[in-house]
Design a protein around this ligand. Sequence first.
Ligand code: AMP
Length: 142
Amino acid sequence: MQLTDAYDQQNIFAKILRDEMPSIRVFEDETTVAFMDIMPQAPGHVLVIPRVAATNVLTLSADDARAVMTTTHLLAPAVQKAMEAPGLMLAQLNGSAAGQTVPHFHMHIIPRHKGLEMLGHGTEMADIDELAKIATRIRDAI
Ligand code: AMP
């Protein structure tokens, strides 16, 4: 995936936005959607995406970048509280050379606990019931 590639309307997050694929949503507004990462690098891993079709930071407008950050800023304390996390990692990858695997702009919110190593990128599918329970805790903490 090159930084200059055209937007792929069939990417997984585009399908989630069109409700063609399921997701466990924790928040949504007019410009953004946030849902549980299905292969969390740590329990409570949330993704925030813009509704607009943008592959990476180079094709995202400043307004949509602000909207994603506003939602991230709203959810970060909710994730922190729900997971009782002493640390939080925010991450955002652009292009496969940087490790991006889904070509729709997204921000990762990953709770961090000392001594609990993060899993690798997209390594292990989470238990869906467990993800749903965590999502409820996050929603309740917003
Ligand atoms: P990145 O590698 O930065 O593009 O991150 C893509 C993220 O999307 C990874 O953390 C994956 O675990 C996650 N992911 C892939 N497919 C899905 C899906 N259907 N629902 C939720 N998260 C997904």
